[in-house]
Design a protein around this ligand. Structure first.
Ligand code: FPP
Length: 261
């Protein structure tokens, strides 16, 4: 595996390796702006973005993150111009072909979440065998969100539960949070600890709505093609500076209030 640069080796020293987020999810935004700012076509920005994907997968594995989920293509991205969609699909295929050995050698299990059946056969033909061949690896799980939408999968869960109620298998009042969650397709991806968005916007954009309910959010101006190891460490440090309460209030020791007359 490629060694970190000297700068990033220094930066990683400031991360507390005992309190890493187990699951980091990233909205990789800013490819188009990165390209346009340099007078290039947007698709060149996506190509640079795919290099950033390689970099961040390596850095996350090296750091010891257990799960990394990348928003590579949303349900809404199908509405982009045909040539841009085709370029993204080609990059995805290229990534899966060229990274195969590195993923396997580094114990990285590859998964996908989303309406994968909408992807062209050129992508599915490399994606599916790679998911099968890495299913036993446990160094880190890399999940690509592909043709993914958070609302869409919540609707899918609702439909599946409604069908079970209609079939008489389930009483409506037996649907609690745990049962609902079990029907959300991305449940296996796990709950998100740290959600990062690059590119300066501060939105969740329909990403992992259920699993990121209590995620710590980190927004950075950095455009995705420029995002590197030190940006990842900065996000992790920001996470480590937060107090996670999951809606609860920590019990505090009783402190008598001093009453002054
Ligand atoms: C958003 O940037 C990014 C995407 C829609 C696609 C992300 C894809 C990649 C990083 C490359 C291919 C993926 C893999 C896994 C190899 P944008 O185009 O919306 O940027 P903008 O906001 O500047 O227009």
């Amino acid at each position: 595996m490629e060694q970190p640069s000297r700068d990033s080796a220094t930066a990683v020293a400031t991360v507390d390796l005992q309190r890493l987020p187990q699951h980091v999810a990233i909205i990789m935004d800013g490819n188009g702006r990165w390209a346009q700012a340099q007078g290039h076509l947007r698709t060149l920005g996506h190509r640079e973005g795919s290099h950033a994907v390689r970099r961040i997968v390596r850095a996350s594995r090296r750091l010891g993150v257990k799960a990394l989920t990348l928003f590579a293509f949303s349900e809404q991205n199908w509405l982009r111009p045909g040539h841009e969609v085709a370029a993204l699909m080609e990059l995805l295929r290229e990534y899966l072909v060229t990274e195969r050995d590195e993923l396997v050698d580094n114990g990285i299990r590859l998964r996908a979440v989303g309406r994968v059946d909408r992807l062209p056969p050129s992508v599915r033909d490399v994606l599916e065998p790679l998911m099968r061949d890495t299913a036993h690896l446990d160094g880190m799980t890399l999940t690509l969100a592909l043709s993914y939408g958070g609302r869409e999968e919540i609707l899918d869960a609702t439909r599946r539960l409604a069908e079970r109620v209609l079939a008489g298998e389930l009483a409506a009042d037996a649907i609690d949070e745990a049962l609902f969650e079990a029907h959300v397709p991305s449940v296996d991806v796990g709950r998100v600890d740290l959600l990062v968005r690059t590119g300066g916007e501060q939105r969740i954009s329909n990403f992992l709505l259920w699993g990121a309910a209590y995620a710590e959010l980190h927004f950075t101006e950095r455009l995705w093609p420029d995002f590197d190891e030190s940006d990842l460490y900065e996000a992790v440090r920001a996470y480590q500076g937060r107090e996670r309460r999951f809606g609860r209030v920590e019990p505090r020791p009783y402190e008598p209030v001093e009453v002054r007359e």
